[in-house]
Design a protein around this ligand. Structure first.
Ligand code: ZN
Length: 134
């Protein structure tokens, strides 16, 4: 079951430049910056929804490819679910194409998985399960 929107990922060329917009102009609450999987990621909060600014730190990452093709902008939408394996199984049974057949670890150690945008109307959807799960 989907509980809520957990975060929105935004592909940026430079986290430092993007912070001038999201933190300084819009006034989102800055949390931290981490490096993970070829990305520099800034975490900000809009109340209980997180905004992630994603900068590629090397060529060939999904963020680098996205920016080459489409430029900067919204990269993915992440829904929090209560049981990620169960959701992935259910989506697979409904014929969805999954990028991650089994969950992997996200930037903050949570279980995450991506659904292919071909199955979700060109919107890249991520699922996240928090607190370790069952
Ligand atoms: Zn994400």
């Amino acid at each position: 079951m989907i509980k809520k929107i957990d975060h929105i990922g935004i592909a940026v060329r430079s986290v430092d430049e993007a912070l001038k917009i999201h933190r300084d102009l819009l006034g989102l609450e800055f949390v931290k910056i981490t490096e993970h999987d070829g990305m520099k990621i800034a975490f900000l909060m809009a109340n209980d929804v997180e905004i992630e600014l994603l900068e590629s730190t090397r060529p060939g990452t999904p963020i680098a490819t996205f920016i080459e093709r489409k430029g900067e902008g919204i990269h993915h939408l992440c829904f929090e679910v209560d049981d990620i394996e169960r959701e992935l199984d259910a989506y697979k049974q409904k014929g969805a194409r999954l990028i991650d057949e089994t969950p992997r670890r996200g930037a903050q150690g949570e279980k995450i998985a991506f659904i292919h945008p071909k199955s979700t109307g060109s919107v890249l959807v991520e699922l996240i399960e928090k607190h370790g799960g069952p």
